[in-house]
Each structure stands twice: as C-alpha cells, then as structure tokens.
Design a protein around this ligand. Structure first.
Ligand SMILES: [Zn+2]
Length: 87
C-alpha cells in the first residue's frame, strides 16, 4: 500500500499495487500511472515518495577513509615513478 496525491479528488488516496496501471523508468526516476479509488489515473513519482536511502555515517566515513588512502597510494606511485626517471 502507498499514498498518491490525486489532483482531481484534491486528496491523498491510499492505494495498493493492484491500482498500478503501468510503471516506467525515466531520467526523473521510476514513475507510474496509478488509478485512485475514485477512478482517476494519476502520474505518481515513486522516487519522490521513497527517496533513495543514504548509507549510515559509519559507511560514509569508511568510504572517505578508503578514498583518501587510495589517493595517497596514487601519490606514492607517482613519486616512485619520478625516482625511476631520475636514476
Ligand atoms: Zn481521484
């Protein structure tokens, strides 16, 4: 079950998956044509109703640490390459 905003009824309507007429992947995210209980077809943006969750802060910190470490390794390799050129 999920909620759609029907502009014709001017109300939020609780609907089920059976009310979905079609689903489409667009550059704006997943959208669908959903039939409200009053029989109106509503364009529903699922992506806005269910934003993509952000990873926990601990995961973000780990990724940042890995990115810094990876950047450091690239610098080390660059220094090593310069040393080889010098010798
Ligand atoms: Zn309606």
């Amino acid at each position: 079950m999920f909620i759609i905003n029907c502009p014709t009824c001017e109300a939020q309507q609780l609907v089920t998956n059976k009310n979905i007429e079609s689903v489409h992947r667009t550059s704006e995210g997943m959208v669908g044509y959903v039939r409200c209980p009053g029989g109106h077809t509503v364009l529903h943006q699922f992506a806005m109703a269910y934003p993509k969750p952000k990873p926990p802060a601990a995961v973000l910190a780990l990724r940042e640490a890995q990115a810094i470490e990876a950047a450091g390794q690239v610098e080390d390799e660059a220094v090593t390459a310069e040393l080889h050129l010098a010798s």
